[in-house]
Design a protein around this ligand. Structure first.
Ligand SMILES: [Zn+2]
Length: 314
């Protein structure tokens, strides 16, 4: 009996030895039904895929998506057959979609700069809040998670000390910008754009021979046909000829604020047109009570003219 078992065991060992002469153990790798090839060691290969593709230890990687995790099936393949570790690795790499994460330092709604982590963003914000309390009275500093699948974009993330410097410069610029906006705003209407650039030939309040009262607007000389732009966002409420104004555009900006653009050679808008500051509304001319090509510009509040140079052409 013992002899028989021994013979069977020896036989099995011989068969196994013969098998191993011709075949070797391996793993077939499959993803989502697609056979990618064979690897020798499941353990080593899986570890490589995990460390380098699926769970890389890189600061900016948020997560890696793959259609399906690779499946490994044990089987024997012919000894002479090469396994495909490199090729399979590249294929898995191609299939994997890596999403990167950064943190933007925001001043109001504008991105100032980027750092790599939430902790860094918190550090930058805490330092700036500490040092620039006064500047931050009217400007909010916040952080925002930014996701991207473009690895190159993560190069925008910089170190804490540099990010702090960049954000402080942006903050100073924003303070100046906000001050400017404030100084050019009347009852919530921001006069963002000079209607034309040119030489100021008559200021508000000037007494001149051409009229028997003080000037109710300002005159800016420019060649015939020069584009006139809307000074602020609003709605056109008059577009046509009106006495001494000649061809006139009136824009209403809300809160009883209006702007007047007189002596135009052409008018490009009509009553009801919604305009944004900077939109073309008319062309410079010399229609109406005028002695040369210029724009007569007025700002009115509840019908009364006020000095436009309080807000524009300062
Ligand atoms: Zn005038």
């Amino acid at each position: 009996m013992i002899r028989l078992v021994s013979i069977i065991l020896i036989g099995l060992v011989i068969i196994l030895a013969l098998v191993l002469l011709k075949y070797k153990p391996s793993y077939k790798v499959t993803i989502a039904g697609e056979e990618l090839g064979y690897v020798t060691s499941k353990k080593e290969f899986e570890q490589l895929v995990n460390e380098q593709i699926l769970y890389p230890d890189e600061i900016d990687v948020a997560f890696v998506d793959i259609q399906e995790m690779p499946k490994y099936n044990f089987l024997f393949i012919e000894n002479t057959k090469q396994t495909d570790e490199e090729e399979i690795f590249s294929k898995i790499q191609e299939m994997a979609v890596t999403t990167y994460k950064m943190y933007a330092i925001m001043l109001n709604d504008d991105i100032s700069t980027y750092v790599h982590s939430k902790e860094e963003a918190e550090e930058v914000i805490a330092k700036i809040k500490d040092e620039k309390a006064e500047e931050l009275e009217e400007i909010n500093i916040t952080m925002k998670e930014i996701y991207t699948q473009n690895k190159e974009e993560t190069q925008n993330a910089i170190e804490v000390a540099s990010a702090k410097e960049v954000a402080e410069v942006s903050l100073e610029e924003k303070v100046i910008e906000q001050q400017k906006i404030k100084e050019s705003t009347l009852d919530g209407v921001y006069f963002a754009v000079k209607p034309i650039t040119g030489h100021i030939t008559s200021r508000f309040g000037a007494m001149e021979d051409i009229r028997d009262h003080a000037h109710q607007g300002m005159d800016i000389a420019a060649p015939n046909g020069t584009t006139i732009k809307a000074a602020a966002d609003g709605t056109v409420t008059y577009a046509g000829s009106m006495g001494g104004y000649g061809n006139l555009v009136i824009i209403s900006h809300g809160n009883g604020i209006q702007t007047y653009y007189g002596h135009c050679s052409k008018i490009y808008v009509s009553v009801g047109t919604q305009v944004t500051a900077g939109d073309s509304i008319a062309a410079v001319g010399s229609t109406g009570n005028s002695t040369g090509n210029h724009l007569h510009f007025e700002i009115r509040k509840n019908g009364a003219q006020i000095n436009p140079q309080k807000y524009l052409y300062k």
